[in-house]
Design a protein around this ligand. Structure first.
Ligand code: NAD
Length: 493
């Protein structure tokens, strides 16, 4: 197939996507079973790569290896300082341009996210490993605490063999966070990346494989939802960190309920952005456009609903439309693109069908971004006006958000809290104090005032999830603690 090459970009034909491989018990092997999804270039629809999934024997080998590694306990016996050193080595290697650029290119090509965004995400990976190293170097996993009845040794010990399951969006950021946290905790683990985007996990596995860690400390198992479900059901797995959709989270929660397996579930969102009557409308419009375009809005914290005070709605929309006109939608490898196509045809059809549904319910589509002259899965960022709040309760996971108006703050709050989700929210008002009071009443994990990205919070505060958005918290400390349980040893004086 003749794939058109973008300007200002690495050529698609030059990108070597690593072939799907497992890393089990210290060795690489090809996934042995039937073909997984056939990956297409979302920019053009051209065929990229065939995926394969692991068969039952490979899954069994991975489970046996991680279990044995936990029982032998060699990785857990590394002191926190020694584990920190390993994490820093991984960070150093992944910071090398050859790895960082490979991950960024793979993510841009397979997910459709603009290359400048995937480069930014790949550049954060070393910080993820270094942050985990710094936390355990600080002695947080091993402390002596004074007690009335004598000193108490307080340890956090890994629960056991751990399973890490990541989604197709943000595979580099999410995969690295899970690996760094489990390894920092001393937990031998298996990573099951998404069948659509396993490439950055493969690159991280190559780096880890070079370090000669105790056998079975880290496994990579390629496969689909069924592969993940098989491992979830195995009684040897003692902690599961899952990022993905609600259906997967529910399946995992039911499958493990009887085993009391600690779960970290990071699921979907339908995130409100609230524009008060006194907001800086230009800043709010900037946030709205960011929320509709960053990562192509294939992002759990993307804009889901725009809630705007009736008195400023028309003025706000005028500015938003102006800004949308200037968004450059293009090839995901084009360095000048702000946003690219949606990941694959099924997802494109799903998002398009949501737009059609909202339109058939009376929604007016507001959209001004020119589509590129490419045959891929492009959907322009779109606001939908005129639907009721009850018609926009789900997660679309694409560049589409409904507009609802309010007259009072109480109405705005009811709307903001009006879905079963509770991941993120955004509030725009010039009265910061008032915005803070309002923000504290939104039932969700994180609220940003007068801005969009919550990344600035991630180093210091947990990323929480309320309602059906998940269970547990993420963050450097929280995620390492997640893989461990408290164990204390006290000696009578
Ligand atoms: P998905 O649930 O379809 O798949 C996620 C991963 O789980 C994949 O690796 C998949 O193979 C596996 N899987 C699917 N069903 C499973 C099961 N029953 N048991 C075990 N594993 C299973 O999600 P997706 O389509 O890859 O990702 C998009 C979803 O992820 C969206 O809903 C998005 O909001 C969510 N997400 C949430 C966050 C967050 O931090 N809250 C971050 C990114 C993505």
């Amino acid at each position: 197939m003749n794939i058109p090459e973008p300007d200002n970009a690495v050529s698609v034909s030059e990108i070597q996507l690593p072939s799907p491989r497992n890393y089990i018990d210290g060795s690489f092997s090809e996934p042995a079973s039937a073909p997984g999804p056939l990956l297409h270039d979302p920019n053009t629809g051209g065929v990229l790569q065939d995926q394969r999934v692991s068969d039952g024997e490979q899954i069994a080998d991975a489970l046996a290896a991680v279990d044995k590694a936990y029982r032998v306990g060699a990785w857990e016996e590394y002191s926190p300082a020694e584990r920190a050193q390993v994490l820093e080595l991984i960070a150093d290697r992944l910071a090398a341009p050859e790895y960082a650029e490979k991950m960024a290119l793979a993510d841009a090509l397979t997910t459709g996210t603009a290359i400048r965004v995937t480069r930014l995400m790949a550049s954060l990976v070393p910080f993820v490993f270094r942050g985990a190293a710094a936390y355990i170097r600080g002695g947080e996993l091993q402390q002596m605490l004074p007690g009335k009845a004598g000193e108490v040794e307080y340890f956090r010990k890994p629960w056991g063999p751990s399973l890490l399951i990541s989604p197709w969006n943000g595979p580099t950021a999410i995969g690295s966070h899970k690996i760094a946290s489990a390894l920092a905790a001393g937990a031998p683990c298996i990573l099951k990346p998404s069948e659509w985007t396993p490439h950055s996990a493969l690159i991280m596995a190559e780096v880890i494989a070079e370090l000669d860690l105790p056998r079975g400390t880290f496994q990579l198992v390629c496969g689909n939802g069924k592969t993940g479900a098989t491992m979830v059901e195995d009684p040897r797995i003692r902690a599961i960190s899952f990022t993905g959709g609600i259906a997967g989270g529910q399946a995992i929660a039911s499958a493990t309920a009887g085993r009391f397996v600690p779960l970290q579930l990071e699921l979907g969102g339908n995130n409100p952005l609230v524009v008060m009557a006194d907001a800086d409308l230009d800043a709010a419009a900037e946030g709205i456009v960011y929320g509709l375009t960053n990562l192509n809005a294939q992002w759990c914290r993307a804009l889901g609903r725009l809630l705007v005070h009736r008195s400023v709605k028309d003025d706000l929309l005028e500015i938003v439309v102006d800004k949308l006109r200037n968004v450059k939608m293009g090839h995901s490898l084009d360095e000048t693109s702000d946003m690219g196509p949606l990941i694959h045809k099924d997802h494109y059809q799903l998002v398009q069908s949501e737009i059609d549904r909202l339109q058939s319910l009376g929604g007016n589509l507001i959209s001004a971004t020119p589509l590129p002259d490419l045959s891929g899965y492009f959907i322009a960022p779109t606001l939908v006006d005129g639907c009721t709040p009850e018609q926009s309760l789900g997660e679309i996971f694409g560049p589409v958000a409904c507009i609802h108006t309010f007259d009072t703050e109480e109405e705005a709050l009811v709307l903001a809290n009006g879905t079963a989700y509770g991941l993120a929210a955004y509030v725009y008002s010039k009265d910061e104090q008032r915005a803070r009071v309002f923000a504290r009443r939104i039932r969700c994990g994180g609220v940003k005032i007068n801005g969009f990205s919550l990344l600035a919070l991630s180093g210091v505060a947990p990323r929480g999830a309320w309602g059906v958005s998940g269970l547990g918290e993420e963050g450097t400390r929280q995620s390492i603690d997640f893989f461990t349980g408290a164990r204390v040893v006290g000696v009578s004086p």
